[in-house]
Design a protein around this ligand. Structure first.
Ligand code: PMP
Length: 303
């Protein structure tokens, strides 16, 4: 089942239809978010990770992109829970809210009052490899005055898809994009962290990144559990090549180590000790196994 906002009800996925004139389809006029829920076997519970934070970000995207979302953050969260309950989910699941413009006019503008909005689920694993070998993309990251990368516009994913496609065609697992000034921005669908001499760096929002929710959780883990303050600071590709450890963060991929960039081995070419510690803590948090982070985990079946 999928929830369709414009119909204000849950609909069988096979019964959905959208006009070929739709502007989401024609011009990429839409925005998305991506949420995950994790099954905890021991507690027989599904925990939705940072649900309201994702819905707040979706609202922010909608505001910046003139895509009206006629439901509050609380309503969106409650609908997501109903959707998962309706589908009786008892396994890890990816949840995608999507909002896109209708088909009332031809011009690519955002005045069209009619929006489609849906929430659907996905069960396939996004990136099963335990660590990645990536390249620097020949594609530049979209800039803040182009298609704002600080939001999640559907149109922005053409940039990610071109970078991903080039990377996999050339035998890499992923692509890191640079800003037009040449600073490291982010991976096609994930944020990036580097570790040098015990210090941890990640690019600032002004380097055309999406302010990732996993990035934020990672900074919190580093501060609260490892006593390390992340430095939000611009850096270049050479600092990537010469880092002791590099890892990516994202809802879909979690904490993912990078062991090679442009055929240069990172550190010892293995998953580094700080990366694996962050990864270990993150994996406990999302599955509702660390009491101090339970505020981030919305239980589905609890009364
Ligand atoms: N950057 C981009 C371009 C993304 O699509 C994502 C995935 N949402 C991220 C970074 C990571 O963000 P988050 O941790 O919120 O999933």
């Amino acid at each position: 089942m999928v929830f369709m906002f414009d119909k204000d009800r849950f609909v069988d996925e096979r019964m959905l239809s959208v006009s070929v004139k739709n502007k989401g389809l024609n011009y990429g006029l839409g925005c998305i978010d991506g949420i995950r829920a994790f099954w905890n076997d021991e507690k027989e519970e599904l925990f939705i990770f940072r649900l309201e934070d994702h819905m707040k970000r979706l609202h922010g995207s909608g505001k910046s992109l003139f895509i009206n979302i006629p439901y509050s953050v609380e309503q969106l969260s409650s609908i997501t829970k109903q959707l998962l309950l309706l589908n009786q989910v008892t396994q890890d699941v990816y949840i995608r809210p999507i909002c896109f413009k209708g088909a009332n006019t031809l011009r690519p503008d955002l005045n069209d009052p009619f929006n489609h909005l849906a929430i659907y689920t996905h069960y396939t694993e996004y990136e099963p490899k335990p660590y990645l070998k990536v390249c620097i993309s020949s594609w530049t990251r979209i800039g803040s005055n182009m298609i704002p990368p600080q939001t999640k516009p559907t149109a922005g994913y053409m940039n990610s898809a071109l970078a991903n496609d080039e990377a996999t065609t050339n035998g890499y697992d992923g692509a890191i994009l640079l800003t037009k000034e040449g600073n490291v921005s982010e991976e096609a669908t994930a944020n990036i962290f580097i570790i040098r001499g015990g210090d941890v760096y990640t690019p600032p929002v002004s380097d055309d990144i999406l302010p990732g929710i996993t990035r934020d959780t990672t900074a919190q883990i580093l501060m609260d559990e490892m006593n390390i303050q992340v430095r939000e600071q611009s850096f270049t590709r050479v600092e990537l090549y010469e880092a002791d450890e590099v890892f990516l963060t994202g809802t879909a991929i979690g904490i993912k180590p990078v062991v090679e960039i442009d055929r240069r081995v990172i550190g010892r070419g293995q998953v580094g000790p700080m990366t694996s510690k962050v990864q270990e803590i993150y994996n406990l948090i999302v599955r509702g196994q660390l009491p101090s982070y339970m505020d981030y985990c919305t239980p589905l079946y609890a009364k």
